[in-house]
Design a protein around this ligand. Structure first.
Ligand code: NAD
Length: 278
């Protein structure tokens, strides 16, 4: 009898795990709002990994510049990746560019998208106004994510009616090169949304780490005291060259080095982050 019960529980838990997984959003179509430094990089990486992308910005001129920047960046990638086969490199560039369309009207393009990644100006009012508007036009299942570095994700999510489908997705510059992505979960973000974003980040070839909605998230929280100590070393005349310390040691170590290779659980432990915004 105990054996039958165990088998039953096992079957139930594996079927509920399977159905939970089945409920995750498989992101195929992405809308990136903001075609600047970060948005263009996110659009490029998403398109290069098989997603269809709409890149949105305020004017056609800005979008033309973004597209040109993406093409140049892709040509650099192709030169390295397809060094032995330039024709395959050209095909990669053409295929990736053909997966990116552009628009100056976010509301008209979000109706069929799986994920909106916002990378516009770092201003809470502008971001909340954007998401409030998009909330009315986006499909029910669409996940909203902000790439903000310093604003509270919860405050932006509260401007929408889909707080459960809202999270932070914090990429690092330059996006095509930097492996780390912070997936920021607010108290309202559903597990399904969180897992969908982890899967999406992995599909981009990135290393996602999870974090609660706390100032600086992980990397900037670690980086600021690190840099302050560097300034103190220099101020006390303990190191001769502050700039060298900064460029050749601190940044590579903190962003692209160790942190980028931490697993999600490891990354959460040392930060001890919680929802108290200290
Ligand atoms: N630059 C970085 O290293 C970095 C790293 C991580 C995260 N971030 C965050 O990413 C976001 C974007 O930063 P960035 O460096 O790419 O800025 P950016 O100035 O290069 O680009 C912002 C783009 O957003 C567009 N924009 C502004 N308001 C808009 C609107 N309402 N609708 C559509 N487009 C709009 C602008 O025209 C501009 O092209 C910010 O929230 C920033 O904090 C930046």
């Amino acid at each position: 009898m105990a054996f039958v019960t165990r088998q039953f529980v096992r079957a139930m838990s594996s079927s509920s795990a399977a159905s939970a997984a089945a409920k995750k959003i498989m992101v195929k179509h992405v809308t990136v709002i903001g075609g600047g430094l970060m948005g263009a990089g996110i659009a490029q990486v998403a398109a290069a990994t098989g997603h269809t992308v709409v890149l949105v910005d305020q004017t056609e001129d800005i979008l033309a510049k973004s597209r040109k920047g993406i093409e140049e960046s892709l040509r650099r990638v192709a030169k390295k990746k397809f060094a032995e086969n330039p024709k395959a490199g050209d095909e990669f560039v053409d295929k990736t560019l053909s997966s990116i369309s552009t628009s100056t009207d976010a509301a008209s393009v979000v109706h069929s998208t799986d994920l909106v990644v916002e990378a516009i100006v770092e201003n809470l009012k502008v971001k909340t106004e954007l998401f409030t508007r998009l909330d009315k036009f986006a499909a029910e299942h669409t996940i909203f994510a902000s790439n903000t570095s310093s604003l509270q994700i919860t405050s932006i999510a509260n401007a929408t009616t889909r707080q459960d489908r809202f999270a932070g997705l914090h990429f690092f510059n330059p996006v095509p090169l930097m492996k780390l992505v912070e997936v920021i979960k607010t108290p309202m973000t559903s597990q399904k949304t969180f897992e969908s974003l982890i899967d999406f980040s992995r599909s981009l070839g990135k290393h996602p780490v999870s974090c609660k909605d706390t100032p600086g998230f992980i990397v900037n929280r670690l980086l600021v005291p690190y840099l302050l100590e560097a300034v103190r070393l220099y101020e006390r005349d303990l190191v001769p060259d502050y700039r060298r310390l900064y460029t050749s040691c601190l940044l590579p170590h903190c962003i692209s080095g160790r942190v980028a290779t931490l697993s999600a659980s490891e990354a959460q432990v040392p930060t001890g982050l919680d929802d108290k915004r200290v």
